[in-house]
Design a protein around this ligand. Structure first.
Ligand code: ZN
Length: 146
């Protein structure tokens, strides 16, 4: 199970337009997708109460374990991601009728928990997976002369 990274948004919910900024450093464990996060994640979050939904703008820095595309050694790859997510107390909108519509990250709306918290851990992990390079090179292979 993924350890939740919960943020209390009670003060934010009191007024539409209210904003909040947070800095967190949290260890996020991997999920069933096999992503191995090897360092606590440094997270900067901007939150906005957009009325009905909370818009979250996240910058996250960490390291993930990947396999070098050339020498196949596993190594820690530094990653920095930026993403926006939407959290709604209503849950995701009804599915479009067409079945062929591809679900992108943008279409997925996270839920605000009953205790007025949002879980950033899941969003960070999903976005790390999305941003993972297809071919990563370790230091030795990226800079063979050094
Ligand atoms: Zn290598």
């Amino acid at each position: 199970m993924t350890k939740p990274l919960k943020v209390d948004i009670t003060p934010l919910l009191q007024e539409v337009g209210r904003t909040s900024y947070l800095e967190l450093t949290e260890k996020i464990s991997g999920g069933e997708d096999g992503l191995i996060i090897t360092e606590p994640v440094k997270i900067e979050v901007d939150l906005v109460n957009a009325g009905g939904t909370i818009l979250v703008n996240v910058n996250a820095k960490t390291k993930v374990k990947v396999e070098c595309a050339r020498c196949l050694d596993s190594f820690d790859l530094p990653m920095e991601i930026n993403f926006e997510e939407e959290y709604s107390s209503m849950g995701p909108p009804p599915m479009p009728k067409k079945k062929e519509v591809e679900l992108t990250n943008r279409d997925f709306i996270f839920r605000i928990g009953k205790d007025n918290t949002i879980d950033l851990g899941e969003a960070v992990r999903e976005n790390l997976i999305t941003e993972l390079p297809i071919k990563a090179l370790c230091d030795k292979c990226a800079n063979p002369s050094t």
